[in-house]
Write a protein that binds this ligand. Structure first.
Ligand code: ASP
Length: 581
């Protein structure tokens, strides 16, 4: 028996008992005649004590030589601590050691294994196994495991069954590039790693599984954006004989259950907002609705009043920043410079201070008098003391720019509170988006998404106005899930692929198996996938998913611990048929 208890288990009721513990020597404090060791494992820390009076000289010497992070097994009697530590679960007791065995030595770790470590990000990634010994990382992994279990139990109770789908497949289009795996047995041929189990879960519906879920790894070879991982985990699901509302109800139930269990809050029913309204009100299809600063269009109030800068623009749009009328010119200028940075690309900002005394002061006083500005304030529902910021330009671009400003302002005003949760659904997405340069149509969700039944007849004549039966689940400004009702007949799927630019031959080669399946009695079906890493991070009150992944890749998609990706040697390349000559 290595241990009778964990390092977090012992309390006053154990005083007097002999116990054996095993763990890592987190700290050794040596006072000469007396010596303490903090012994750590996943469950906590127990203080070990040795002294000249009660321990043999040999034992004391052995303890003295114990190095930080060595693996140690100790036996002793639990005693009451003289100086109690109310911040520790085990702070009322300590272990008077009678036997100590070093099970394995340890080199001095490259950074301190403490809650607040001195190790930088890169170093901790390189020695991730040491980083994992730290309580914050362990807690994140425990939290992730707990949420995984809650999800599994919830869905199992709703009669979902978990089915594994293959990782070595042929491309599934989710809008990113595939990672590919060469096949040694089929020279010159490649598997693709799934960007999602999309086609397989649809085939499971054709197979009559009715309700499927899987907590599954997906792989996307995307240009790396901040906080994206090339491999990530989804809670993936598919249901048969359902409408959009059924799927939304089911997953609203799941997220509510998680919020209830983890944070004791129940925000259901979630608001539902159309894509169009989300873009108009927030400039964003994943709005953070924990704070206001919603958009107000001011074309009627601000155009054709002599300020030519506004007149020619497609859109004049504003937000009211609460309490910011007191800002100095310098403060306002900082934000004007911020929106002019190339990353945002706006021409500038018009500002209007709605002073506490009801008067206005603006950067366009020459063109708009108090009464005119009052109409802006009324439209924006601004209060005395607010600062109205206005942008003008081409509608889509301007909304995107104002959205970026809204989010950055909220961040700086600390309105994005990590312990507040505001989920919502965004629905009625367009089925297609148009490539700006080529005019080609792309599927906004993916090519298997069904149009609204009433729009089906316009699929070919007016594809750009066709609305999809697609929905996104948004939490605190993050898209945490998305799904759709699927096409389940061959004719519509063929039409869809052809509109997306697939020739008949290409469509057959890539998706023939799915379209064939549709001819053997495919039930109406639909589903959704939630990004598990991000969901866990947000529920944990953080937005970096890396904190919740045991072995994450860095920002360049590298695992710096195992040094991957890496080159293959010539023999291996030869064997895979990948070596020229
Ligand atoms: N496969 C989709 C995705 O990964 C989700 C879905 O439509 O169910 O985003």
């Amino acid at each position: 028996m290595y241990r009778s208890h964990h390092c977090g288990a012992l309390r006053e009721k154990h005083i007097g008992s002999e116990v054996t513990l095993a763990g890592w020597a987190a700290k050794v404090r040596d006072k000469g005649f007396m010596l303490w060791i903090d012994l750590r494992d996943r469950y906590g820390i127990t203080q070990l004590v040795l002294d000249e009076e009660r321990c043999s000289a040999a034992l004391l010497e052995k303890a003295r030589k114990t190095r930080r992070e060595a693996v140690v097994q100790v036996t002793g009697v639990v005693i009451e601590r003289v100086a109690k530590n109310p911040n520790m679960d085990t702070g009322n007791i300590e272990l008077l050691v009678s036997e100590l065995t070093v099970l394995n030595e340890a080199q001095t770790p490259p950074f301190t294994i403490e809650d607040k470590t001195d190790g930088g990000e890169d170093l901790r990634m390189k020695y991730r196994y040491l980083d994992i010994r730290r309580a914050p990382v362990q807690n994140s992994l425990l939290f992730r495991s707990k949420i995984g279990l809650l999800v599994r139990n919830y869905l199992a109770e709703q009669a979902f069954i978990e089915v594994e789908t293959p990782y070595l497949i042929k491309s599934t289009p989710e809008g990113a590039r595939d990672f590919v795996v060469p096949s040694r047995m089929n020279e010159g041929q490649f598997y693709a790693l799934p960007q999602s189990p999309q086609t397989f879960k649809q085939l499971l519906m054709v197979g009559g599984m009715d309700k499927y879920f899987q907590i599954v790894k997906c792989f996307r070879d995307e240009d790396l954006r901040a906080d994206r991982q090339p491999e990530f985990t989804q809670i993936d699901s598919e249901l048969s004989f359902v409408h959009q509302q059924d799927i939304m109800a089911c997953f609203e139930g799941l997220l509510s259950h998680l919020l209830e269990e983890i944070h004791g809050i129940s925000p259901a029913p979630f608001p539902v907002i159309s894509y169009e309204d989300a873009m108009k009100t927030y400039g964003n299809d994943k709005p953070d609705i924990r704070f206001g600063m919603t958009f107000t269009e001011l074309n009627a109030q601000a155009q054709n009043k002599g300020f030519t800068v506004f007149d020619a623009q497609e859109l004049v749009v504003s937000i009211a920043v609460p309490g910011a009328a007191s800002w100095s010119r310098k403060q306002i200028d900082t934000w004007i410079d911020w929106v002019k940075r190339p990353q945002i690309g706006a021409n500038g900002l018009v500002w209007v201070k709605f002073n506490k005394d009801g008067t206005f002061k603006s950067s366009v006083d020459k063109f708009f008098d108090n009464d005119a500005l009052a109409t802006w304030a009324t439209a924006c529902e601004a209060k005395a003391g607010d600062l109205i910021l206005v942008m003008a330009g081409e509608a889509i671009k301007t909304r995107t720019q104002l959205s970026a400003l809204r989010m950055a302002l909220a961040e700086s005003l600390e309105l994005r509170k990590p312990n507040e949760f505001a989920p919502l659904w965004v629905v009625d997405f367009p089925l297609f988006e148009e490539d700006e340069d080529s005019g080609a149509l792309h599927a906004m969700h993916h090519p298997f998404t069904a149009p609204k039944p009433a729009h089906l007849s316009q699929l070919e004549s007016n594809p750009k106005d066709v609305v999809a039966q697609a929905y996104d689940l948004v939490l605190n400004g993050n898209e945490i899930g998305g799904g759709s009702i699927r096409i389940h007949d061959r004719g519509t799927q063929e039409k869809m692929l052809s509109l997306l630019g697939f020739s008949d031959k290409e469509a057959k080669a890539q998706f023939g198996f799915l379209m064939d399946a549709f001819t053997y009695g495919a039930p109406p079906h639909g589903g959704i996938a939630l990004g598990f890493d991000r969901l866990v991070a947000i529920l944990g009150g953080k937005e970096t998913i890396r904190d919740y992944i045991a072995f994450p890749k860095n920002n360049s998609g590298r695992d710096v611990m195992i040094d991957a990706p890496a080159r293959l040697d010539d023999d291996q390349l030869n064997e895979l048929g990948l070596k020229n000559n």
